[in-house]
Design a protein around this ligand. Sequence first.
Ligand code: SAH
Length: 456
Amino acid sequence: MKTKLPVTKNERLDATIIDLTYQGMGVAKIEDYPLFISGALPGEEVKIHVMKVGKKFGYAKVIKWYKKSPERVEVTGQEYTQTGIAPLQHLSYAGQLAFKKKQVVNLLQKSHMEHIEVADVLGMDKPYNYRNKAQVPAREYEGELTTGFFRRNSHTFIPLEDSLIQAEKINEIIQKVTAVLRKYHVAPYDEQAHTGVIRNIMVRWGFYSKEAMVVLVTRTKRIPQKAEIVAEIKEACPEVVSIVQNINAAQTNVIMGERNIILAGKEAIKDTLNGLTFEISANSFYQVNPLQTEKLYQKVVEYAGLTGKETVIDAYCGIGTISLNLAQAAKKVYGVEVVPEAIEDAKKNAKLNKLDNVVFEVGKAETKMAEWQSQGMKPDVIVVDPPRKGLDEQFINSAVETAPNKIVYVSCNPATLVRDIQRFEELGYQVTQPILPVDQFPQTPHVECVALLTKK
Ligand code: SAH
């Protein structure tokens, strides 16, 4: 039997926005049935058009505002919302920071962990043009190779430059590379037909080093007139010290393929964080907001409370950025990371910074942690920085078995952070400092946090 929903598709009705989802959409409830409404803010009174109704929730769009939020700021570039580059740009920066803190507070409440405090979000003075990396699709648009973004949850290509959140230099380089590719009539990728050469242009920019890397992600190994193209990119962009071809022949949404060919210059660029130098190669993870990353890592070091005598594990270490920040004040640091190229970078980085008290190993953190535990390793501090899905059960169990005094948890997803803290609490740890959210992603709903757990 079908239960009757309180709204129907294409219906128009008045609503009050009561909340924002973690994706930054406004929420209205019609007789307890939630409707998600892009671009609407809490406290706003609106007329909406119902677009889609599902069993448990639906989607609507605003057709008229009766009352706007005092936190609303007017924006001109609607495409930045449509493409998901800056889904929160219409909310004041103070409003964004309050929203991010509230998300963490709400998640703790839902799990009955109100005893854990959350600090105010550490924000940026200028919350724009902070990204050091862009990877933009190249497609045919009005007969020419054009870079842009896809409309959220769709394959609709929108020609666009992001001059809002990525570094200005990156824009400049993308435009120059695009001009060279056009000049040589390099065919852009066609998703439907799976033809063409250039799929994506990736640019990385060292905020401190002023070195740039260009990665041409191609479907084919062959790039017609490759030598001329590479020479012209070098000529046009003197900051580019590394040009890499990444081949991705698969019919997939995944951007990068497995194979890299160095077309010119070095295989990695350098950048600096907290005075340490890092080599970053094409496939390695590197935090996208360098200014905020420095603050985040300083907090990790502070929470670790090192005196020079400690053994430390840095799990999910990437290119060893946190590991080396810790190594300066620890006896020994062990880093583990699943991407082999990142570990190669990490080893080079230890040498580059003359830190010889660090060991880096390739592997899954959960497997390596179990191995270290069975070998009887006794770390004083364990730092973790997992991807969105959080920590594996096996990792948590092995980590707790080794009985570190402190666990410092860096998280890019507060939902899994709260879940994992709950497990650690059951196993004899407690949160001894307020959870600190650090705004790594202004204008977007993403929340990064650092938490300190101490053995009871
Ligand atoms: N701490 C680093 C990297 C954090 S991002 C920094 O601040 O730069 C998370 C990292 O975890 C990525 O480098 C990713 O490749 C790695 N990773 C993902 N799953 C993993 C797993 N199961 N075991 C070890 N590393 C993993």
